[in-house]
Ligand binder design. Sequence first.
Ligand SMILES: *Cc1c(COP(=O)(O)O)cnc(C)c1O
Length: 236
Amino acid sequence: MTTIEGNLQGLSERIARACAQAGREADEVSLLAVSKTFGPDAVRQAHAAGQRAFGENYVQEGVEKILMLRGSTEPIEWHCIGPVQSNKTRLVAEHFDWVQSVDRLKIAERLNEQRPEGLPPLQVCLQVNVDGGLTKSGVAPNALPALASAVSALPRLRLRGLMCIPEPADGFEAQRVLFLQARALFDRLRAEGYALDTLSMGMSDDLEAAVAAGSTMVRVGRAVFGSRPVRVTSSA
Ligand SMILES: *Cc1c(COP(=O)(O)O)cnc(C)c1O
């Protein structure tokens, strides 16, 4: 068994335990393997172990990997989870299946215009800034309803849910409280009639708290692939 295969197995047990503790079924939470900074071989190994959904933060790096891995027998589902600048929307629209980090209408409109006709609609989560945290990405909760309404009207995008990356909090309960804010926003949109099924939250260090708060997708990098090298450039 490769290290990655063992990590994936350990992780699926960890997710199952978190679900059991939250009184949820293990299949309510899917795993997005975050492969940023890791090469195509790491993705291949995870794919061989049965993992199908992968997340990338840096558009250019993600597209390079997508092109290298094209033609796998089983298709890979690629999620863009990092900030998307205007000059990168075309690459995202043409190569990714999902983008979870939409926080401005202008970006959504460009993705909608640039999504190729031959592809299914781009699956979208709105990134919400639940804690007004230092990471400035994410729509403010009070601006979320208007953004959701505008994005859901774009025909080449399909609004699937919300994504959040709260600031690290101290301990399970403090983390859970932050994730519950995203959950409340998600529930409110659903109550207003949006057919949302994805609440993307929880990473290597806080996935238990996210699952307890209702996450349907955890995005895990280090606990799958190992620790990342320090990134020296900041190009997206
Ligand atoms: C890097 C990253 C992750 C994974 O973080 P780990 O701590 O490695 O599990 C998840 N989501 C986003 C948006 C990330 O940038």
